[in-house]
Ligand binder design. Sequence first.
Ligand code: 5GP
Ligand code: ZN
Length: 114
Amino acid sequence: MKDCLFCKISQGEIPAQIVYEDDQCIAFRDVNPVAPIHVLIIPREHISGIAAVTNAQQALLGHLLLVARRIAQDLGGEENGYRLVLNNGVQAGQTVFHLHIHLLAGRQLGWPPG
Ligand code: 5GP
Ligand code: ZN
């Protein structure tokens, strides 16, 4: 989608520290990490958020989750635990309207989130 930051990262138009990619998704380090491991997993296809996912995209959503788990394992986040976060909408803190899963690990995380 034109003017979408994460579409541009997916297409290589904006650089990012990529940790994983395949034909369906790409994962890269958050530019403003809030934990020692902070990775964003996004579909290559533009979807504005979890609320916009259709039934036909069910397998894609599952793929994103399994990729997030694999990255957590590969980056060493599994031993002490990790968190996957999906912010949907302004009040939830969503600032980029291209679906993304946050992978957070490497420190004690508080609950409930702020
Ligand atoms: P949200 O607040 O929408 O759930 O998460 C958006 C995330 O994207 C934020 O954590 C923010 O730091 C990250 N972000 C925003 N712009 C960029 C960018 O240009 N590059 C990367 N790697 N991350 C970004
Ligand atoms: Zn996009």
